[in-house]
Write a protein that binds this ligand. Structure first.
Ligand code: NAP
Length: 275
């Protein structure tokens, strides 16, 4: 049985990569797109890389009501993705959210709607398998190295800072790290912002430069030693295995799950995981 998918953001970098991934997987089937432009056109009319006669809708509600779908995949911007997802869940369409930068309040709202409608939803700030492992290793290391700084680096078109991955890493680290004030108690910035953002004393630094994709280092310090856990996404293909996994997994869910580490853990013994 194939999984019918609607994508929002088909002209974006992630959206067009996801369309290729779906086309290359015989178990997945793209049935419609949501786009703020090109209402009423077919995908092949706007995307030269595909010959898909998939309709494009500007209005998400009309799209979900007109085209039956198993999974909605959002790859847009935070406020738009939030509105799309609310509508999808209210229309009882399972949702996978790649869009990063949702606030805690937005995630709470979506959690409530998913639970009330018993619809699966996965939000993942980072779908790259290596990035998920980086976060898990960082959580483990924080038990022994409570002094931590994070440097996250992204392309200069990214809207949110710090990245969702950095904030998710901190969430996971806080599960094992004892609260601690880092650095000198009388430290002063002579240039505002030079010590970065601060969550529970953990410093976060966001770099934005052309040429970068998505990169993060978690640096731990302890007397006489440092430990660095580093992950680099070199292109957007790096996120596609995780998106594919999430599309398949959301079919079995009836609530919202935040973070791919909650998806990957239960399948650690899956013999097909390296395929
Ligand atoms: P992108 O190339 O800028 O694409 C964004 C898409 O959203 C475009 O199709 C854009 O259409 C659309 N959009 C922007 N504003 C809109 C609006 N007001 N209404 C409707 N559509 C709108 O960005 P990207 O690199 O593909 O990234 C997309 C999202 O994925 C971002 O949130 C990014 O942070 C996230 N991301 C997540 C992961 C992960 O692993 N979870 C990895 C990489 C990126 P227009 O061209 O008309 O503006």
């Amino acid at each position: 049985m194939s999984i019918n998918i609607i994508i929002a953001g088909p002209r974006g970098k992630m959206g067009s990569e996801a369309i290729q991934m779906i086309q290359n997987d015989p178990k997945l089937n793209l049935v419609a797109c949501i786009d703020r432009k090109n209402n009423g056109k077919m995908l092949y009319e706007i995307d030269q890389l595909t010959n898909l006669d998939v309709p494009i809708f500007e209005d998400p509600k009309q799209c979900f009501k007109t085209i039956p779908a198993d999974v909605f995949l959002d790859l847009t911007i935070p406020d738009v993705g939030f509105e799309h997802t609310k509508i999808a869940l209210q229309c009882e369409v399972r949702t996978v959210i790649g869009t990063s930068g949702f606030t805690d309040e937005q995630i709470d709202v979506l959690t409530t709607i998913a639970e009330a409608n018993k619809v699966g939803c996965i939000i993942a700030p980072n779908f790259a398998i290596g990035a998920i492992l980086m976060m898990q290793f960082a959580k483990q290391a924080a038990q022994f190295f409570p002094d931590i700084e994070i440097i996250e680096k992204h392309h200069d078109q990214k809207l949110d800072a710090p990245s969702g991955t950095a904030m998710k890493t901190i969430d996971m680290i806080r599960e094992t790290r004892k609260p601690k004030t880092q650095g000198h108690p009388h430290e002063q910035e002579t240039l505002s912002g030079s010590r970065g953002g601060d969550v529970d004393g953990i410093k976060v630094h966001s770099l934005r430069l052309p040429g970068l994709v998505a990169h993060q280092e978690v640096i731990f310090g302890r007397s006489g030693q440092t430990l660095t856990i580093k992950h680099d996404s070199l292109n957007r293909e790096s996120f596609m295995d995780g998106i594919n996994l999430a599309i398949n997994h959301v079919m079995k869910l009836d609530k919202l799950v935040y973070g791919m580490e909650n998806i990957i853990n239960p399948i650690q013994n899956d013999t097909h995981r390296n395929e």
